[in-house]
Design a protein around this ligand. Structure first.
Ligand code: ARG
Length: 576
């Protein structure tokens, strides 16, 4: 619809020239155009209130003047109503321009031309090795990947980095726990769960339990720090253990990523920056930015209303922000990014604000290309998944539960279905992803598997089912397309108008780092298609032109849905 809206804005700009030089460009008018919530008010509308002052006329006068003898390609009729200029798009335009364009461009339809020659780095998922990969990581994983896919769609070169939490005192703890209670065969067999068990156990042991009269074990905490220090100075035994822990964890994550069809371009985690930090620490010193604070080295951020950013601990070891600073410099040098995007929970807003500021103070001019994209917290309602690992729900357990439920529902609905296991996985995982992504990212979310998996609500299964429906119509239609394209009913027109908003939705999702815009667009398309499907005969339409048009509309819907699914980690299901 962008093209048509541009055309309309130019015509409107010409019209208002009669009021003298108002300084209102057609681009400014373009930005004022709206899609009215009620189709009775037209397909596109211009509210004239904001222009009132610049044109020194009332909104009603402006709307009336624009509507007089208004003519523009693609416009069927216009009206001026209560200060709004309302436009109806012609069916000829929908049939002659929009539909052919969707079919011609196929999966490229809706792709904005934004990113040619530019690189974007997306740092996402990034679980902490040997700590649980839990539902808190769902957001960074799927929002991050959607942001990557959106940028790729818009022509950017994208580098997806899994900034693994693979360095830090937790490994000292794990080594102590392993030496105390671990067993190699058991861990080989049990994988990451066993590591997490050890990690939870050592933490609980260190903490003790006052109520039960179990004393805290500060000595074990001390020992853990010593083991980590040994890692830092390259102790062979500890490094070997660490590598093993990382491998076990990565093998496990790989399964989850496969379920989501996610691949990373780099797994350079925190450990990768060990030898890259000293230069940055040196630069901080040279610039006089480092201060001692109770033995630790910090950058004072008081003038910016933030607590100090920690760079080195008292014992000289580095911290999370130190590694992020070194990583940003490395990425700029390696990828020369246009943007480097970090997707994490909103609990890290301060962390990013702090070290972004430090990068600026260090004199790096790319500081304003660093973007933090935070999201709200996730909880789970009514499911007993939070057990063996303390009070967290593991992402893989959530997926497994959803797949199991999806299987049950599908057995009931469609016992004949072939390839049910794969489809159940696509539907189960898709249900979670979609439920999650229909919400604004910053909102806190309470999961309910029952709701997420329902085939009736605005859910993943519902939109995947709609996709499968388009596939089945097309399969039955074969190659029968012997008529002319002609739009004859409201349902067809409404569907085309919805499909034609795709590029605008993609642009807005990219601008706001908000994949939910795409998820909600998918719902709009599904609703429009299903209404069309129920009210209009497709294959049984008698008129050849009508039948051809409706088959082509189905194909256009399949294209757009399929393309939008791939932007948000939703698998395309040809059958359900
Ligand atoms: N590993 C961190 C966590 O699980 C997230 C890392 C995000 N990326 C970064 N460059 N800090 O909380």
């Amino acid at each position: 619809m962008i093209k048509l809206k541009k055309l309309i804005s130019e015509k409107i700009a010409e019209k208002i020239e009669q009021f003298g030089d108002s300084g209102l460009t057609s681009a400014a008018i373009y930005d004022m155009l709206e899609y009215p919530p009620d189709a009775n008010m037209g397909d596109i509308a211009l509210p004239c209130f904001k222009m009132s002052r610049a044109l020194r006329r009332s909104p009603v006068q402006i709307a009336t003047a624009i509507a007089e003898d208004f003519e523009c390609e693609g416009v069927a009729s216009v009206e001026a109503l209560n200060g709004y200029f309302n436009i109806k798009i012609s069916n000829e335009y929908l049939a002659g321009k929009i539909l052919p364009e969707i079919l011609e461009k196929k999966e490229k339809y809706g792709a904005p031309d934004l990113g040619k020659g530019k690189t974007v780095v997306i740092d996402y998922s990034s679980p902490n090795v040997a700590k649980p990969f839990h539902i808190g990581h769902l957001g960074t994983t799927v929002i991050g990947h959607a942001i990557k896919m959106l940028h790729e769609f818009a022509g950017y070169k994208c580098v997806g980095i899994n900034h693994l939490g693979d360095w830090g005192t937790q490994f000292g703890k794990l080594i102590v726990a392993y030496k105390l209670w671990g067993n190699r065969e058991e861990i080989e067999a049990g994988g990451i769960d066993k590591l997490v068990e050890l990690y939870v156990r050592i933490n609980n042991t260190i903490k003790g339990d006052e109520e039960k009269g179990i004393p805290a074990r500060e000595d074990l905490a001390e020992e853990s720090r010593a083991e980590f220090h040994k890692m830092e100075i390259g102790d062979a035994e500890n490094i070997a253990l660490w590598k093993w822990f990382v491998k076990i964890s990565l093998d496990e994550y790989a399964k989850t990523y496969k379920q989501l069809d996610i691949e990373f371009d780099s797994y350079n985690g925190e450990s990768f920056y060990t030898d890259k930090m000293p230069a940055q620490v040196e630069l901080l010193r040279e610039k006089g930015l480092m201060k001692l604070d109770d033995g630790a080295s910090v950058v004072d951020l008081e003038p910016y209303g933030m607590p100090p950013c920690l760079i080195l601990k008292r014992d000289g070891s580095t911290l999370y922000p130190t590694r992020d600073i070194a990583a940003a410099v490395y990425r700029k040098e390696t990828y020369d990014f246009e943007k480097c995007i970090y997707v994490t929970s909103n609990q890290q807003i301060l962390h990013f604000a702090q070290w972004f500021k430090v990068v600026e103070l260090m004199g790096y001019d790319f500081y304003d290309k660093l973007v933090h994209v935070p999201y709200g917290t996730v909880s789970l309602n009514g499911e007993k998944l939070a057990t063996r690992t303390g009070n967290v729900v593991l992402l893989k357990d959530l997926f497994a539960a959803a797949i199991e439920k999806a299987k049950g529902i599908m057995e009931e609905k469609n016992p004949e279905l072939r390839g049910r296991d794969d489809i159940a996985e696509a539907v189960g995982v898709g249900a979670i992803v979609f439920y999650y992504l229909t919400n604004n990212r910053i909102k806190d979310i309470n999961f309910n598997l029952e709701d997420a998996l329902s085939f009736d609500g605005n859910t993943g299964p519902y939109v995947q089912y709609t996709y499968a429906r388009t596939c089945s119509v097309l399969q039955k239609a074969g190659s029968a397309r012997d008529g002319k394209v002609t739009v004859t009913c409201d349902e067809e027109a409404a569907l085309l108008k919805t499909l034609s908003q795709y590029e605008e939705k993609v642009l807005s999702a990219i601008r706001d780092y908000e994949p939910s815009v795409v998820a909600r667009f998918i719902l709009d398309v599904a609703a429009a298609y299903n209404k069309f499907y129920h009210n209009c005969q497709i294959l049984s339409a008698e008129d050849k032109d009508v039948r051809t048009t409706r088959i082509m509309l189905t194909e256009a819907t399949k294209n757009v849905l399929g393309s939008a699914f791939s932007l948000i980690c939703l698998k395309k299901t040809e059958r359900i």
